[in-house]
Write a protein that binds this ligand. Structure first.
Ligand code: ZN
Ligand code: CU
Length: 485
């Protein structure tokens, strides 16, 4: 805490709130002073001169949330107000997850599923990583961004056929592009070995690329090859990649799918704990028992219910269940899938107790995995962070408020190497959220998913308000953040 007496004039003074600083330690009653883009004082600041003084009595002041798992590559450019995220208190997004990044892409045609979750060829227009970062620097968004380079995107750049392993020459070409991505300030490599664009890649292909990422001080995020019956083997593969390439790794949206696997997070979490003894391994989760991605026939059998989120040939089917559509058309669900594609879907296929167990696990981070371009998106896009704070902290008491905030701020700042972020302390960047702990909650539902949360009163990135009076301010003060390894 800096000496409040030494601060003579502030840009912003937040009085009377309760500071939860992101480190996991107890909340304290304190005023917060901001000058420029930094927090400069914390303590009793009553009477200090300030450009703007704000009363935060009864409210929590926390570091802005870091959404560690997003597909916001395009939203940052297209709708830089980033309303689905900023309205939740998010000030930093990690993009390019699940092996899919908008940049780079050199294909002539529309990218194949799941890459089309981010759009068609018109959005995949950045042939080099630096072409994307240049646009982001020129026209920043409201939130900060940490960029990952997707393995499937790399494959689509250098391979004519994604249904096979890459050759040595192709791995080499991917490695050079990955070098360029790190030069442009990307923070790591993401993979999605469960998807048709990457499932033919052997472990060794990923290890070779992960070694390149490690040589630049990057990290690896993994949408694992399997989140069903073979989930333990998939964890082992992620660990093997991490150990062989000597790279810090993150298991994305950790879950076990399919009724026959309900309860198995007991096994997966103990396997993760074992691995954590000898390697840096993190994980993230979203607070829902349904997943969402492209509509794939192979994914039908495992889910109790499948709801369409978008369909190019049948846009009006968004929001309806595949089983109902199949019945109406008088065809099998598989045939309905064929007719609906290209399309996206929500799959109800997880167990609430597993979700709570993953959320209660020490150091599990929160990542929305929101899909901003879906017609009827999974509610996690708008609801993730307030839902953790409302439903799982306040109502269900799965974790404490200070713990939850720690996992949304201090933990991801450390794992992603974000210097002076994810903390309310003197000298840190002024990325802040002010919210009411008694009312904060998600309002987005599966039926009505485009709904801002309740209880988030103000959000600031780099010393500037980006959310106030239930609306974006129009200020786009986010930055492209590089990883300090
Ligand atoms: Zn994923
Ligand atoms: Cu994802």
């Amino acid at each position: 805490m800096s000496d409040p007496a030494s601060v003579t004039r502030l840009d912003v003074l937040i009085l009377g709130g309760v500071v939860v600083d992101g480190s996991g330690t107890d909340a304290i009653r304190a005023d917060v002073g901001i000058c420029g883009d930094r927090i400069v004082a914390i303590g009793d600041l009553a009477g200090t001169d300030a450009e703007e003084t704000l009363d935060a009595a009864g409210q929590i002041i926390a570091p802005g949330f870091i959404d560690v798992h997003t597909h916001d590559d395009r939203m940052l450019l297209e709708t830089p107000a980033m309303t689905p995220k900023v309205s939740q208190g998010v000030t930093t997004v990690v993009t390019g997850n699940c092996g899919v990044s908008l940049a780079p892409y050199t294909g002539k045609n529309d990218p194949p599923p799941p890459m089309n979750l981010l759009g068609g060829r018109e959005w995949y227009r950045f042939t080099r990583p630096e072409d994307y970062t240049a646009v982001l620097h020129e026209k920043p968004a409201a939130t900060n961004a940490v960029l990952l380079c997707g393995h499937s995107s790399l494959r689509a750049c250098v391979m004519d056929d994604l249904s096979r392993a890459a050759t040595t020459a192709e791995i080499d070409r991917m490695a050079r592009i990955l070098d360029d991505a790190f030069s442009a300030g990307f923070a790591g490599l993401s993979t999605g070995l469960a998807y048709p664009t990457a499932s033919a890649a052997p472990t060794q292909e990923v290890i070779e690329l992960a070694k390149i990422a490690a040589s630049h001080g990057g990290l690896h995020t993994s949408h694992m090859r399997d989140e069903e019956d073979a989930v333990l083997e998939a964890i082992d593969e992620t660990v093997t990649i991490g150990c062989q390439a000597q790279i810090p790794s993150v298991i994305s949206h950790h879950k076990v799918c399919g009724q026959q696997n309900y309860g198995r997070t007991r096994e997966t979490l103990s396997r993760i704990s074992e691995a954590r003894q000898h390697m840096p391994l993190g994980l993230d989760v979203y607070p829902y028992i349904a997943s969402s991605t492209v509509l794939l026939k192979d994914f039908l059998a495992r889910a109790e219910r499948v709801m369409v989120t978008w369909s190019t040939p049948h846009p009006h089917m968004a929001g309806r269940d595949v089983s109902d559509i199949a019945a109406e058309w008088g065809v099998s669900p598989e045939e309905a899938c064929d007719r609906l594609n290209p399309a996206g879907a929500i799959y109800f296929q997880m167990d609430e107790d597993d979700l709570k167990r993953v959320m209660a696990y020490p150091e599990t981070m929160i990542g929305s995995d929101g899909l901003p371009h879906d017609e009827r998106p999974h509610p996690r896009l708008w609801g993730t962070f307030p839902r953790v704070l409302g439903r799982y902290v306040r109502d269900e008491k799965v974790l404490s408020l200070t713990q939850a905030i720690h996992r949304m701020t201090g933990v991801p700042a450390r794992i992603f190497g974000l210097t002076d972020r994810g903390a309310v302390r003197s000298g840190a960047f002024a990325d802040l959220v002010i919210f009411d702990p008694d009312t904060v909650c998600d309002r987005a539902t599966f039926e009505d998913p485009v709904q801002p949360a309740d209880g988030i009163s103000r959000v600031m990135s780099n010393g500037q308000w980006i959310w106030r009076d239930c609306a974006p301010t129009g200020v786009h003060s986010g930055r492209h953040l590089r990883r300090a390894a």
